[in-house]
Design a protein around this ligand. Structure first.
Ligand code: CMC
Length: 446
């Protein structure tokens, strides 16, 4: 959960002493007590190092696999309260942005911290539109992938490859160069994503159409065939734009953490964002929407739901699209997506019968003791896959769609990180569990 950086004034101590912003811990190994300052609701993990048994002791470390209770940065980009189901980009509630804004405006907000004026938005939109083309050589190396290559693998490699086309991107301390890469990344990721899709279909790549909106151009690059101009259905264009908004950022999630960790080595942003795409590829993160659809197909009919849920409760499998590390309440994005799904089906006329399985699965799970006691609610991925399928996308493209929206959030976090004087190279510690010093045995003697 995000902390606001503000702590409530503490009550006086039982002894009536004025309260102190600190915690006192006693090391029972030595009987010594230490006072650790509290800042912004956190203690410095390095302050634990003073807790030692002997002088040459390394000092106490915090052990937290999966970083469940570690604040690794200060960030002003996204506020998330998982218990209350609140998500805000730069302070604006996700519900208002999804209803009233558009993706490029949201991307501007995430990157710059404020909503743009009309003039700023025009300039930003123009700049991004003018950078949607990719170098012709990108097409050649896309051709090198097998016909059945996963589009997410293709996206991950091609985003990383952009660093070879723009070697100036390595100058991350130059504000103008950082700005140019920001524009390029937001502009080119949809083009790479659409090329990956067309490759998997054996269809010719479609160049960007600068007359269209961000989402409209993406639909054109995906679906245009012989027509001279592709005219996206405005309702699908809007639904896609809303999906991009909902996926734009999500605080210190796995892929953003990957972008920050890779970026902490001060590598160029294409390499850092490729790290984010790689993290998003996994089934527990952006791959979950793909996994949800495969799961719904496997369940197939409402009558099979109780058996399936029994397997989940017995720990044999997971209910994909449910549960979240930080939301212990409804994921606000899931609520917006659920209603967008109905809008899309109204346009495409393809009301997926799996939607009924999903609705019933959600209904039963929300009343089930296992899910209630584990605080498991639908997350953003539970319904997004159904929308993507209604748009005619194969499941392999689902995480790619997530990556397009998330690019602006990755870049916003990368920009914040490279300019944060407190940040250092990501380099955690470990608890060593292996064998200690032993002598090498020649192969003949083993
Ligand atoms: N189905 C069944 N049980 C679950 C599920 C689930 N989807 N999620 C968590 N649990 C149980 C888990 O078995 C454990 O139970 P117990 O304490 O009895 O052993 C408990 O809830 C805590 O689970 P956890 O794995 O320790 O929780 P986590 O915070 O490490 O994992 C998660 C979060 C999202 C990886 C997990 O909930 C999950 O695997 N969900 C399914 C995949 C999914 O939908 N991912 C998309 C996340 S949202 C979009 C994104 O950010 O990418």
């Amino acid at each position: 959960m995000s902390t606001t950086g503000q702590t409530q004034a503490p009550a006086a101590t039982p002894q009536g002493d004025p309260p102190r912003e600190s915690v006192t811990v006693t090391d029972n190994r030595t009987g010594r007590s230490y006072e650790l300052p509290i800042t912004d609701g956190t203690v410095r993990a390095t302050d634990l190092r003073q807790l030692k048994v002997t002088d040459d002791d390394f000092g106490l470390m915090a052990y937290d696999p999966g970083y469940a209770n570690v604040a690794a940065c200060r960030s002003a980009v996204t506020y998330l309260d998982g218990d209350a189901g609140i998500l805000e980009y730069r302070g604006y509630p996700i519900e208002q942005l999804a209803e009233q804004s558009n993706y490029l405006e949201v991307a501007y907000l995430l990157i710059h911290g404020e909503l743009p004026t009309p003039t700023q938005l025009d300039a930003w939109t123009h700049e991004i539109t003018m950078h949607t083309f990719v170098h012709e050589n990108v097409k050649s190396f896309m051709e090198g992938f097998r016909h059945d290559a996963h589009p997410m693998g293709m996206l991950l490699s091609s985003v990383g490859a952009l660093s070879t086309f723009y070697p100036d991107a390595a100058q991350i301390d130059d504000q103008e160069i950082r700005h140019l890469q920001t524009i390029r990344l937001i502009a080119k990721v949809p083009t790479l994503a659409a090329f990956a899709y067309r490759h998997s279909r054996g269809q010719p790549y479609v160049y960007p159409d600068n007359e269209l909106s961000y989402a409209g151009n993406f639909l054109s690059m995906m679906y245009k065939m012989t027509e001279l101009t592709y005219h996206p259905d405005p309702r699908l264009e809007r639904a896609l734009d809303v999906l991009f908004i909902l996926h734009a950022d999500h605080e210190q999630n796995c892929s953003t953490t990957a972008v920050r960790a890779v970026g902490s080595s001060r590598v160029d942003p294409y390499s850092a964002v490729a790290g984010g795409v790689a993290a998003l590829y996994g089934p527990l993160h952006g791959g979950a929407n793909e996994a949800v659809l495969r799961m719904l197909k496997r369940i197939e009919r409402k009558e099979n739901i109780p058996d399936f849920l029994k397997g989940v409760e017995q720990g044999k499998e997971r209910l994909m699209g449910f549960g979240h590390r930080v939301y212990k309440n409804f994921d606000p994005r899931a609520l917006i997506i659920k209603s967008a799904a109905e809008d899309v089906f109204a346009v495409t006329g393809r009301r997926n019968p799996l939607l009924d399985v999903a609705l019933e699965l959600e209904r039963i799970a929300l009343e089930d003791e296992y899910f209630i006691s584990h605080k498991l609610y639908p997350n953003v991925d539970f319904y997004s896959g159904l929308i993507y399928e209604a748009l005619g996308l194969p499941v392999e493209m689902f995480p790619v769609m997530f990556a397009i929206g998330r690019t602006s959030g990755w870049v916003a976090n990368w920009l914040e990180q490279v300019q944060d004087p407190e940040q250092r190279i990501a380099r955690p510690r470990q608890i060593y569990t292996g064998v200690r010093k032993r002598d090498y045995v020649p192969a003949s003697a083993r």
